[in-house]
Design a protein around this ligand. Structure first.
Ligand SMILES: [Zn+2]
Length: 80
């Protein structure tokens, strides 16, 4: 499940993916290839995972947004 949107900060197209923890997370539209250490959203398992090299996944927009520092200023809501 996903819905397309635009980042309110940088206006880049993003989409929200629903993780298995029932949290919507903004990711970039274009899949990227893992270098073996990337923490990417796997659309098959519907969760963020460290994907093997060459496997494609969606990167969290927080990782690419030029305004990410502003996101980080917000208090973090931890589920647990
Ligand atoms: Zn952004």
């Amino acid at each position: 499940m996903s819905k397309q949107s635009f980042c309110k900060k940088c206006n880049k197209p993003i989409k929200f993916v629903l993780t298995k923890k029932h949290k919507f997370m903004p990711v970039d539209i274009e899949p990227v290839k893992s270098n073996g250490h990337n923490y990417l959203f796997n659309e098959i398992t519907e969760q963020f995972e460290i994907l093997p090299a060459e496997q494609s996944g969606l990167i969290s927009h927080f990782a690419t947004c030029e305004f990410a520092n502003e996101f980080r200023k917000k208090p973090v809501n931890r589920d647990k």
